[in-house]
Design a protein around this ligand. Structure first.
Ligand code: ACO
Length: 337
């Protein structure tokens, strides 16, 4: 018998406010046509300006659903892993805030700052904790509140139109089994030389003081992206990492029931599907409805794919993505029969 890390519950939550592409035109020079053609996005959810909430609040709602589906009480959790690039506070991490909101008093909480690959790194970390015996039940959350940090003027339009707020969570459990189930493998990478390609560089601890009116006037507290460089790197790395993980796990691309890529741009994922010669229906998209919710995209898509009946007991799913860092990677997970 071997210890395997198996996903036993999923949940998602997006704030109720819907922002359509047409809504964005009241603040910036853009159009529904441009956004749909370049990215596939039709709408996204943003938190309510009048009653703002934090990343851990969105994470809490998603976690409650995942916990209920897994049949866990909050007290059953022995580690929280919280992936986000938009933590509620500069510090402490959103994992600690979520832990308190779940009514827990000393359960450990670990934040991951891996941006779009937060869930992929989180799943690999949870798998390592569970297989080493350091934890039996892990709550892994991916959540973002992007909307409070976006430049909604025309100057910021290339980045702002792609981001949405949202959260999703999975419960990961140690299962003793002879079967090849749970996380079958993970491949992780980073390339810090491309850090400048996608970043928000203020407030910054390397500046004195960390945030000034001048920095804000230069719009350094908003995200900046070299979209073309990221796009090109994704098209190189995503097929590459897929081949490596399939080889590592001894699977073929036909063994995968559903490919769940990070939802950064539908065109990236369509190119990926064509380059990998995969049938269209094997690559999942929901960016149309949510935009890029960064650390939340993959678990959010997983939860929807379950609900839509695209996957279920016995399904083998491949998660993959590339984003700021740059970081990229993949995991394969098989659900028990
Ligand atoms: N509306 C209208 N016009 C726009 C908009 C907009 N929202 N944004 C840019 N434009 C204009 C530009 O000003 C430019 O005009 P010009 O030719 O007159 O100068 C023109 O459209 C083309 O702009 P590009 O930035 O070159 O557009 P591109 O085709 O590269 O598409 C996009 C931009 C969609 C952002 C694309 O580059 C992309 O998706 N890149 C990858 C994103 C990604 O994967 N990010 C990683 C994940 S995010 C994370 O890690 C946090």
């Amino acid at each position: 018998m071997t210890t395997r890390a198996v996903i036993t519950g999923t949940g998602r939550y997006v704030p109720p406010r819907v922002v359509t592409n047409d809504d964005l035109t009241q603040w910036m020079d853009t159009s529904d046509e441009w956004i749909q053609q370049r990215t596939g996005i039709e709408k996204r959810h943003w938190i309510d300006e009048e009653a703002p909430v934090g990343t851990s609040d969105l994470g809490l709602e998603a976690s409650k659903i995942a916990l209920e589906r897994a049949g866990w009480a909050p007290e059953d959790i022995d580690l929280i892993i919280f992936a986000t690039l938009s933590p509620d506070l500069f510090f402490p991490g959103s994992g600690c805030l979520l832990q308190h909101k779940l009514g827990l008093e000393s359960t450990p909480a670990l934040d991951l700052r891996q941006q779009c690959t937060g869930f992929i790194y989180g799943l690999a970390t949870a798998d390592a904790y569970i297989r080493s015996g350091m934890a039996q039940r892990i709550l892994l959350v991916g959540a973002e509140v992007h909307s409070t940090g976006l430049d909604i003027s025309t100057e910021g339009r290339d980045v702002t139109v792609i981001f949405g707020d949202g959260a999703a969570a999975v419960c990961m459990e140690a299962v003793e089994t002879d079967q090849a189930v749970g996380v079958l493998g993970s491949v992780l990478h980073a390339k810090g030389s491309m850090a400048e390609s996608l970043k928000t560089d203020a407030p910054a601890s390397r500046e004195w003081p960390r945030l000034t009116a001048e920095m804000m006037a230069e719009r350094r507290h908003f995200p900046h992206m070299d979209g073309k460089a990221i796009f090109k790197e994704a098209l190189r790395r995503l097929p590459e990492v897929t081949k490596v993980i399939l080889k590592q796990t001894g699977l073929t691309k036909e063994d995968i029931d559903l490919y769940i890529p990070h939802q950064a741009n539908m065109r990236i994922n369509q190119f990926y599907q064509q380059m990998m010669k995969l049938p269209e229906e094997k690559v999942f998209h929901n960016i149309q409805r949510y935009g890029n919710t960064t650390a939340a995209t993959i678990p959010l898509a997983l939860d929807e794919a379950f609900e839509m009946g695209l996957i279920g007991k016995g399904s083998t799913v491949l998660f993959l993505g590339l984003g700021s860092g740059v970081t990229w990677g993949a995991n394969i997970h098989r659900f028990p029969e």
